[in-house]
Design a protein around this ligand. Structure first.
Ligand SMILES: Nc1ncnc2c1ncn2[C@@H]1O[C@H](COP(=O)(O)OP(=O)(O)OP(=O)(O)O)[C@@H](O)[C@H]1O
Ligand SMILES: [Mg+2]
Length: 339
């Protein structure tokens, strides 16, 4: 099968975007990649913290050495110590052979301590010692193991708050927080959204093996207005879902989840104030309803790219009724398509 899309060769770790906050982050990544300094990547879930860690590693002189990822939240706390530091044969029941931990595996490379905010306090002490001394012992071992490891840690938790509340050791926090990088939430850099959409449209077209979808203007407007609590991951998941589920190739607002579209439905106004006849002893029912009706009509036209027949269908009224109401509300007919 031939796909009518440009081939997708891109770097799997590419960080897409060109907004100011992201350009500043590229700059920091390039600088810290040359060094061995400890980096702490902060930011909401889905903002690209892991991507930043990989970029630092693959741009660093350690790029050909291992990049070892430890998800401190995913490994049960009872196992985390042996995962990190390894164990000697017979250290505990079931330790039939000796095993190296991730610190050792990362020797001369990078150890990515992900979700560090979820690290149990007892291990925080051991990690701190390993970071300070660049050495540790395997569980059940007496020999000191040296490992030359570059540390990158990440969390979506507020570590400063955790320190204040006594859940995270202050000394470890300062040890990790040498070069902080804070990933901005997607809602604060919506100018990157069209570029990210293009990138994921290419990516999933190739991955799923179907013609590239396009996002129409009004759907894009909704994407731009949405708050993206799950950040870039939420956008990527949405695009993947569209590739799997959509029948035709154009994404319209109707294909978007309710939580994205509903934000466009105007709130019912509490009261409507008329400057000439201030109405202060209650709610002016007619004026309030008229205002809400006007807002809903504008919303329906917006959602349907100004196509009156579709807006009328959306509002479950006749097209002629819609036109009458538009006249009554002074909605300009000329700026809106008549098809
Ligand atoms: N700027 C970006 N360009 C391209 N892809 C991105 C970008 N930011 C994030 N992604 C993608 O979004 C997904 C989530 O990113 P990542 O895992 O790095 O986030 P995270 O901050 O570590 O999230 P969490 O806190 O939930 O672990 C990944 O598939 C990643 O490739
Ligand atoms: Mg992550």
């Amino acid at each position: 099968m031939t796909l009518s899309v440009k081939s997708f060769h891109s770097d799997p770790h590419a960080i897409i975007g060109s907004s100011m906050p992201l350009l500043e982050i590229f700059e920091i990544i390039n600088r810290v990649a040359k060094t061995d300094s400890t980096v702490l990547v902060l930011g909401e879930s889905g903002t690209g913290k892991e991507l930043v860690a990989k970029n630092i590693h693959y741009k660093s002189p350690r790029a050909n050495k291992p990049f070892i990822h430890v998800n401190c939240a995913a490994i049960p706390s009872t196992l985390l110590e042996s995962e990190l530091f390894g164990y000697e044969k017979g250290a505990f029941t079931g330790a039939v052979t000796a095993r190296a931990g991730r610190f050792e595996m990362a020797d001369s490379g990078t150890l990515f301590l992900d979700e560090i905010g979820d690290m149990p306090p007892i291990l925080q002490v051991k990690i701190l010692r390993a970071l300070q001394e660049k050495s540790f012992e395997r569980i059940g071992g007496i020999k000191t193991v040296h490992a030359d490891v570059r540390i990158i840690a990440a969390t979506n938790k507020n570590l400063e708050q955790a320190v204040k509340e006594g859940r995270f050791r202050e000394d470890l926090y300062y040890r990790l927080n040498v070069i902080p990088i804070t990933m901005p939430p997607l809602r604060t850099r919506t100018q990157d959204l069209p570029e990210l959409c293009e990138y994921f449209l290419d990516k999933y077209s190739v991955k799923i093996g179907r013609k590239r979808l396009t996002i129409n203007k009004s759907a894009m407007n909704y994407l731009l207005q949405y708050s993206w609590p799950g950040n870039v991951r939420e956008l990527e998941n949405l695009i993947e879902r569209l590739f799997v589920l959509k029948q035709d190739d154009t994404v319209t607002p109707y294909d978007l989840p309710d939580k994205i579209i509903n934000r466009g439905i105007p709130e019912f106004p509490n009261t409507v104030e008329d400057d000439e006849n201030p109405f202060i002893n209650g709610i002016d029912l007619n004026a309030t309803i008229a205002k809400y009706e006007k807002n809903l009509i504008l919303h329906a036209l917006d959602l349907n790219e100004g196509v009156q027949s579709r807006a009328a269908k959306y509002l479950n009224i006749k097209r002629t009724t819609l036109i009458q109401k538009m006249k009554r509300h002074g909605i300009d007919q000329n700026v809106i398509k008549l098809t």
